[in-house]
Ligand binder design. Structure first.
Ligand SMILES: NC(=O)c1ccc[n+]([C@@H]2O[C@H](COP(=O)([O-])OP(=O)(O)OC[C@H]3O[C@@H](n4cnc5c(N)ncnc54)[C@H](OP(=O)(O)O)[C@@H]3O)[C@@H](O)[C@H]2O)c1
Length: 184
């Protein structure tokens, strides 16, 4: 089992614009053409920060619109926030804050022999990295630059560097890069 950061990024290292838009991403291709369908089958637990959760509420669940959709993940999801956020009916959500390590232990138990998916954002993934809990980074690098936005991973991981294990073209829209993260 691994703790994986699976995400899409612009070529210049942003996972969303400054105002949390992902419009740039959806023009680039369909996630079903990527490794995502195989990846998600192996996921046993998810973690995300509050901006990502609120993006999901707005754009996927469409909370409060009268045309609500179901939460897309069957696996339990841990949402990190210092605030009190609305839940989603039928979703296995745990709202947590602070140190990632005790949360990781609970996620580990829930995931069993499957993987933990760190959905984002980058600073939360950085907290898992700081705790020595990040094993792999899988990035769909989109064929755009954004100039500014929400960072992919605001940490310096350089000595030793990441280890590139795979590089693959996904149509004209993406390059999928996989890295093992060195143990600290
Ligand atoms: N390109 C992609 O594939 C992709 C993937 C994932 C996400 N995204 C997008 O990227 C953006 C990421 O936003 P973001 O950079 O703001 O990151 P985020 O992790 O989604 O949200 C950050 C917020 O999470 C809360 N948080 C983080 N760590 C915490 C901790 N240890 N304890 C308590 N709360 C904690 C804090 O908010 P509060 O305490 O104020 O609640 C913090 O401001 C979103 O727009 C998301 O939709 C894109």
């Amino acid at each position: 089992m691994k703790t994986q950061y699976y995400t899409a990024s612009s070529l210049d290292g942003f996972i969303a614009t400054e105002d949390h838009s992902l419009e740039w991403l959806f023009q680039l291709g369909n996630s079903n053409d990527t490794s995502y369908p195989a990846f998600i089958k192996e996921v046993g637990a998810l973690a995300m920060g509050s901006s990502t959760y609120q993006w999901m509420l707005h754009h996927v669940v469409k909370a409060g619109t009268g045309a609500e959709e179901a939460w897309p993940y069957a696996q339990p999801t841990w949402v990190f926030s210092s605030r009190s956020l609305p839940s989603v009916s039928g979703a296995l959500l745990h709202f947590v804050k602070g140190n990632v390590r005790p949360v990781y232990e609970r996620m580990r138990q829930a995931a069993g022999d499957r993987n933990i998916w760190l959905v984002g954002g980058g600073e939360l993934v950085g907290q898992f990295y700081d705790a020595g809990l990040l094993d792999e980074i899988i990035v769909q690098v989109g064929s755009v630059t954004l100039g500014a936005g929400k960072p992919l991973l605001p940490r310096r991981i350089a000595f030793p560097p990441l280890s590139l294990t795979s590089a693959r073209t996904v149509g004209p829209g993406f390059a999928e890069l996989r890295y093992d993260v060195p143990r600290k």
